[in-house]
Design a protein around this ligand. Structure first.
Ligand code: PMV
Length: 293
């Protein structure tokens, strides 16, 4: 009975969400949380033995795997539906596990394009950012194009704190809401684009980058995608001395990321206030993708 595993990294958008839909650049980062998919050969139809079962996942399995002969286990430490790229990480994990089982050496570009086909099941028209980061690791500057452009950036050495609002946002609805508020909010979208260009040059300097992240959050408030719960998490982080904090992803729920000197202390403070929080480390490009957490 052969068995093989594949892992996809989670991601956080450091700056530029929503504005990226209108051609502005975004900065994103792979993190040391993710999803591991394990395939085990066995008789009978291919089916999920362990994992977050829903109809879209069933469709993703049908695209990624042969119809017969495999048991599938999906385990991970990414909060689901919180803007941390869980569906892209599952897609990348599936593609990698299948290649490993079949003894195929998979280069990153092939992994990216196969995962793109699987990811369409989850998101319809994904920008490509999530699974590029999930497959490659590291930090990326992304422009939608066409053609889409992914520019690898040197991986930062600081850790981030993630504060979970405890509820999911609906990316499709939030993107539509932003579209409906244009052109009134176009100046804020332009300002986010300009901010990303500055942030990119300060990736390795938390003291300068942090306030830019907070400025990005205020612009996301202006375009109507933050919530009182997300604003409160940003305030919690800033009150605790963080360099900066912002919602990460589409908003309406999901997570806040914070950049600070002492992630362990911030996680503890947040937990003391009843907030689910954890520290995340950026994963360098080309980091081993297949370890089981
Ligand atoms: O919430 P997420 O991780 O799916 O991020 C969405 C990012 C947006 O810029 C809001 C949409 C997009 O397609 O780029």
């Amino acid at each position: 009975m052969r068995q093989a595993s594949g892992r996809g990294h989670g991601k956080l958008i450091l700056a530029g969400e929503h504005a990226v839909v209108y051609g502005h650049p975004a900065l994103a980062l792979a993190v040391d949380r993710g999803v591991t998919v394990t395939l085990t050969e066995r008789p009978g139809p291919t089916a999920l033995d362990e994992g977050p079962c829903d109809e879209r996942l069933r469709q993703a399995l049908a695209i990624a795997l042969p119809p017969e002969g495999l048991g599938v286990r999906i385990i991970g430490d990414l909060p689901l539906g919180r803007g941390m790229g869980s569906s892209a990480a599952i897609a990348v994990g599936l593609v990698r596990a299948r290649a490993a089982l079949e003894g195929e050496r998979l280069d990153v570009d092939t992994c990216f394009s196969r995962a793109f086909d699987v990811e369409r099941v989850f998101h319809g028209t994904p920008s490509g950012l999530d699974h590029a980061v999930s497959a490659r690791g590291g930090a990326l500057r992304y422009e939608k194009g066409p053609p889409a452009r992914f520019t690898p950036l040197p991986c930062p050495s600081w850790d981030l704190v993630v504060l979970d609002s405890g509820c999911a946002g609906d990316t499709r609805e939030l993107v539509e809401g932003v579209r409906a508020r244009r052109p009134a909010i176009d100046p804020a979208l332009e300002a986010i684009g300009a901010l990303v260009a500055r942030a990119e040059h300060h990736l390795h300097d938390p003291g300068t980058l942090g306030p830019l992240l907070t400025e990005n959050h205020h612009l996301l408030q202006q375009i109507g995608v933050s919530t009182p719960a997300l604003d409160a998490l940003v305030e919690l982080a800033l009150d605790a001395g963080a360099y900066g904090a912002k919602l990460a992803g589409a908003g309406g729920g999901g997570v806040v990321l914070a950049l600070c000197d002492d992630p362990v202390a911030l996680v503890e403070q947040a937990r003391n206030q009843g907030v689910d929080a954890f520290a995340c480390r950026p994963v360098p490009q080309g980091a081993p993708p297949s370890e089981i957490p």
